[in-house]
Design a binder for this molecule. Sequence first.
Ligand SMILES: Nc1c(C(=O)O)ncn1[C@@H]1O[C@H](COP(=O)(O)O)[C@@H](O)[C@H]1O
Length: 171
Amino acid sequence: MTPLIGIIMGSDSDLPTMKDAIAVCEEFGIESEVAIVSAHRTPERMVQYAQQAHQRGIKVIIAGAGGAAHLPGMVASLTPLPVIGVPVPTRNLQGVDSLYSIVQMPAGIPVATVAIGNAKNAGLLAVQILATQQPDLLVKVQQYRQNLAESVMAKQAKLDELGYEQYLKQL
Ligand SMILES: Nc1c(C(=O)O)ncn1[C@@H]1O[C@H](COP(=O)(O)O)[C@@H](O)[C@H]1O
């Protein structure tokens, strides 16, 4: 099957963060491709990837990077596809550097930026974008939300049963 979601990252060291986006694609049965692409270290590869992704059938790109995280914005400047940026947490600045590098795009070249380290939401957003054109997938998204609500209500029932002190002990 042709991959519909491109998940790219500046380094293999981003994979522990970005794996959550891959897992969401798998959970929803959406084919994704995973690639290490760096604006800084492999600029020609980045240009090629960004310019060709839509021609290969990719519909949404998720781009994660840390520190001077130029990858998502540069890819967005080179593709007509929607780009979702994931600020990868960093040791020295806890990912605030990544967030600021990704989120403050000039008008005209948007990057839909999720919270620091939240590749799961990037995956979900990509799935929801695809779901606008796939009724079956839209139903799966609604089911996912239903399951989420039910898990919260199960927690509430347990909290009511145990009281907060006991509940705290089993967290
Ligand atoms: N921010 C970028 C870009 C880019 O934006 O092109 N390329 C690599 N990096 C980031 O450098 C960090 C450290 O990388 P290494 O662990 O390989 O030294 C990673 O978080 C990566 O995303």
